[in-house]
Structures are given as structure tokens and as C-alpha cells.
Design a protein around this ligand. Structure first.
Ligand SMILES: Cc1cc2nc3c(=O)[nH]c(=O)nc-3n(C[C@H](O)[C@H](O)[C@H](O)COP(=O)(O)OP(=O)(O)OC[C@H]3O[C@@H](n4cnc5c(N)ncnc54)[C@H](O)[C@@H]3O)c2cc1C
Length: 468
């Protein structure tokens, strides 16, 4: 049975909360199956929340000193910096379901969805939620728009196969890269240069020659007609609220997860460096593939081979705080045509309220992946100086009004989904045992975003609940 098939009698969504008289529903459980979740990114937190909600005794072990993984916010001098995940789409159905079920809806509100694109000296602005903006914009020639409509039709035709929770359903479409597909469809080069290339580089740290056409369909689906949502207190708030309800151990470096009897043994080093072993009825490993490979040494060869084959990119997030607010009203300015390394800038202060103190602005430049590699070993001062130089022609304020620089390195940053990888992904999924006491979740279950990680965590929890 593939993991996505629904077994007879299996609930379509995770079980309803088990209410206990006199206890708040987030109090630690003292009965029910014992489950250990490794990793407190959004994948692990979703799995933990769903398991806890269904009555399991859950402990989350997190290596870092804070929870959230790549969904983190750092507060410095009044700036609220979302250091990795930053933009949430209204089409993130799994993440939104989690937010709703966890009672966190009041924390989330519609966010600015205005994207600006430079072409020559002109700036063209479109709202992602308004398809009519794309129809009206002068960013693209009428011929390019007409041709692009054909691409949108292709995407709509394949809509049934574009599933966040299981991209392998689109494996038969995954036969070429984005550039080859656009060329075959005779899409004018301006579409590639102005839209596809900056978005691929900015969001996936990869070029249209490397990425599967299925990625392009997901981009179109996400940005064409969907709005954005966010929190006012930083993106990590969502993780913090989930963490507050769970038994979570920070600075807990898990070194091994192995099956034992009907359950799993989890070995970890605590903050004092002492090794500890926990016996549980089940475990969820919710870490990126390289870590999962190290922890789960008994993974079947096919799964091991698949996880090893994934190409992860590393990246650098750069943030520049200004004590003067630039005039640009958009939340993202694409600059691809203006700079060889820079593809765009997220104007964090426009993205959502609360990201910069009043009268201040926060800019986050997005780079081509070669830039990330070239600068990975550079010190923070050099990186910041480079960012100032790159941004100065677009935002002169960065030279005289800079009052904060913050650099964050991510390794891993994201996976490059090359053409053909979805077939291998389909094989990987089919090889997973939904009845295993060790379930997997994380970024490698779908195109990388908070929604797919949340979906993978919910699926891992559901497998455990179904089998125990
Ligand atoms: C710079 C950047 C920008 C992004 N922007 C967006 C965006 O705008 N929108 C969006 O939706 N997505 C975005 N993403 C993607 C998104 O952040 C990730 O796909 C998602 O957060 C991954 O969640 P996860 O739980 O699978 O992994 P992670 O968040 O990486 O969580 C894994 C956790 O496991 C822990 N861990 C690792 N090893 C061990 C161990 N041995 N023992 C215990 N714990 C361990 C880690 O410390 C970590 O907390 C971005 C990513 C990056 C890097």
C-alpha cells in the first residue's frame, strides 16, 4: 500500500483531541502510546501536535537551543527578522489546517502580496492574488502573455496531479527542465528572464536549467491567484505556540533511532553531554535527509540510496535594517535584469507588520545560487558590504541610513528537484512502510516549503495513529 492511500476505517484527518476532565488539552499526557519526535522544525512540530491531539504521550527532542528549525525569527534592536521561511501562501492548505486546529487563526492575517518587477527603467507591480493584474501588466508583451496563458492552461490541466503532500503524483510530467519546456512551448525569452529565472534562483537556489517543469507548475499555482498570509509577531510565533503545548527537550542531540521489539529506541545526548536512551512505542524522525541517514542506520537500501541522491543547496540570508523607509510599496522587488548576482529583495517591512521599528525598513536581498556558494566562507562584514554595494543603485538609503546588518547561514537550505527526480521519489514513497514504528517526515517529502513539511509531519502522525 502506498503511504498516501487511505486504509479502510482510517480517519480522513487525524483523530479528534482526547479531552480529559479537569485538564487543559495541552497538559502532558500520562497515558496513551509513547512517541518520540526528533526535530522541532515545522515537520516535527506538526507530527507532535497531531499525535498529542490524538492522545499520545509525545516528547520532542531538538538539537538546537530553540525550536522552529528553518521557521525562525530573531529579534534584534526592534527588528523582527524571519531568518528563513518568510512568505506563506493562502494555498498552503496543510499549514492552514494546522493553524486552525491549533487555535492559532487569530495570529495570522492577510499579508502584502504586491510583487514589483524591474524592466529597463520601469517598475511593474502585480498582486499575486489578482489574476487580472497579470493580464493588465505591461511587464510582459501581449505575445508573451498569450503564450503564458498556454502554460497556465497546462498547469490547470495537470492540477489534479499537483499535490503538496505527494508530488510523485506528477512523476509522469517530470520529463524536462523548466527552460526546455518553455522553449518547446515557444515562450518568449522575456518570461524566462523576468519571471522564471528570478523566482527559481530566489526561492529554490537553482536555475531553470536545473529545475523540473513540475516546479514551474507549483510556482504558477502558488503565485497565480493566491494571496499571502503572515503573523505580526514573526513567523516563529507559530512554532512557539505549538512548542508551548508540547513536552520538548532542547539541546537534545539525537544520535540514533532504531527499532526494538514493537517500538523504537532513541539515543540522544542531553545539554550536559550525557548519553540517554528512551524506549517508545514509535518515533518520528523529522530532520533533513543527511541527518535522517545518520540517525536511522537500518533504513532499507533503496531508501538510503534515494536520500543520499538528494541534492541540497546551502544558502546565506542577509538582512539590512535602515532608519529611513524606501518609497517602494511592494513586498518583493525583482531586480534580475539589474545585477548579475542579485535576483530580488524582500522588503520585510512591507511584507507584514512588526518587522521593523516605526520609521525603519528591513531589506532581505535574494541571490543566485552561485553567489551563495562563492560567499559561504566569507565573513559577515564582507557579505554585508557586498549586499550594500549591490543594493545601493536600487535603494540609495542603504549607504547613509544603514543601522543593522544580520547574516544567517543555512546548511541545508533547500533541495534541487531536477527533472526525473519525482519518479525516484515515487519509488521512495512506495517503499515506505506505513506500519513501521519509525516514521519519516521532513523537507524531502515535497517541494520545499513550510506547507510540505507540515504535511509530511501530519502524514507520519497519521501512520502511527493508524497502526497503534
Ligand atoms: C532561507 C530560507 C528561506 C525560506 N523561505 C521560505 C518561505 O518563504 N516560505 C516557505 O514556506 N518556506 C520557506 N523555506 C523553506 C522552509 O523553511 C522549510 O522547508 C521548512 O521550514 C523545513 O521544515 P522541516 O521541519 O522539514 O525542517 P527544519 O526546519 O530544518 O527542522 C529540522 C529540525 O531538526 C533538528 N535536528 C537536526 N538534527 C537533529 C538531531 N540530531 N537531533 C535533534 N534534532 C535535530 C534541527 O535543529 C531542526 O530544528 C525557506 C528556507 C530557507 C532556508
Amino acid at each position: 500500500m502506498s503511504v498516501n492511500e487511505q486504509a479502510p476505517g482510517m480517519p480522513s484527518s487525524p483523530a479528534a483531541p482526547a479531552k480529559r476532565a479537569g485538564l487543559p488539552d495541552w497538559a502532558p499526557r500520562t497515558a496513551g502510546p509513547r512517541v518520540v519526535v526528533v526535530g522541532a522544525g515545522i515537520a516535527g512540530l506538526t507530527a507532535a501536535f497531531r499525535l498529542h491531539e490524538a492522545g499520545c504521550q509525545v516528547t520532542v527532542l531538538e538539537r538546537d537551543t530553540v525550536a522552529g528549525g528553518r521557521m525562525r525569527t530573531t529579534i534584534i534592536d526592534g527588528y523582527r527578522i524571519d531568518t528563513a521561511a518568510s512568505i506563506l501562501s493562502t494555498c498552503y492548505t496543510d499549514l492552514r489546517r494546522l493553524i486552525k486546529d491549533a487555535g492559532l487563526t487569530s495570529l495570522v492575517s492577510p499579508a502584502c502580496d504586491l510583487f514589483a518587477f524591474t524592466r529597463g527603467d520601469q517598475v511593474h507591480r502585480v498582486r499575486t492574488s489578482k489574476i487580472t493584474d497579470f493580464a493588465r501588466t505591461r511587464l510582459l508583451s501581449p505575445r508573451a502573455k498569450l503564450r503564458l496563458a498556454g502554460v497556465a492552461l497546462d498547469m490547470l490541466r495537470h492540477r489534479g496531479k499537483l499535490d503538496w503532500t505527494d508530488p510523485s503524483q506528477a512523476a509522469d510530467l517530470d520529463t524536462q527542465n523548466m527552460r526546455a519546456y518553455l522553449n518547446r512551448r515557444r515562450i518568449p525569452p522575456e518570461v524566462l528572464d523576468l519571471l522564471v529565472e528570478p523566482l527559481s534562483a530566489g526561492f529554490c537556489l537553482a536555475s531553470p536549467d536545473e529545475l523540473s517543469v513540475v516546479n514551474l507548475f507549483f510556482f504558477l499555482y502558488m503565485l497565480g491567484g493566491n494571496g499571502l498570509i503572515n503573523t505580526t509577531t514573526g513567523i516563529q510565533t507559530l512554532c512557539d505556540k505549538l512548542t508551548a503545548r508540547l513536552d520538548i527537550r532542547l539541546s537534545a542531540d539525537v544520535t540514533r533511532v532504531a527499532t526494538s521489539g514493537q517500538g523504537a529506541t532513541i539515543t540522544w545526548n542531553g545539554p550536559d553531554g550525557r548519553e540517554q536512551a528512551e524506549q517508545a512505542d514509535a518515533a518520528v524522525i523529522a530532520t533533513p535527509a543527511p541527518v535522517t541517514l545518520k540517525l536511522h542506520t537500518a533504513l532499507p537500501p533503496y531508501q538510503r540510496h534515494y536520500l543520499r541522491s538528494l541534492v541540497y543547496r546551502r544558502g546565506i540570508s542577509v538582512f539590512l535594517g535602515l532608519n529611513k523607509v524606501p518609497a517602494e510599496p511592494a513586498m518583493f522587488l525583482s531586480t534580475a535584469s539589474r545585477h548579475p548576482g542579485l535576483v530580488g529583495v524582500v522588503l520585510e517591512h512591507n511584507k507584514a507588520p512588526g518587522r521593523a521599528p516605526a520609521g525603519h525598513a528591513l531589506l532581505a536581498p535574494y541571490w543566485r545560487h552561485r553567489w551563495h556558494d562563492e560567499h559561504h566562507g566569507a565573513d559577515d562584514t564582507t557579505i554585508a558590504a557586498h549586499a550594500v554595494e549591490a543594493l545601493a543603485p536600487l535603494f540609495p538609503e542603504v549607504t547613509d541610513h544603514l543601522d543593522l546588518t544580520h547574516i544567517q547561514r543555512w546548511d541545508p537550505h533547500s533541495i534541487v528537484w531536477t527533472p526525473g527526480s519525482l519518479k525516484a521519489h515515487r519509488g521512495f514513497r512506495a517503499s515506505l512502510d506505513p506500519a513501521s514504528p519509525i516514521q519519516l517526515a521532513g523537507d524531502y517529502f515535497s517541494f520545499e516549503c513550510t506547507n510540505s513539511s507540515a504535511a509530511s509531519g501530519a502524514r507520519a502522525a497519521q501512520n502511527i495513529l493508524h497502526c497503534r
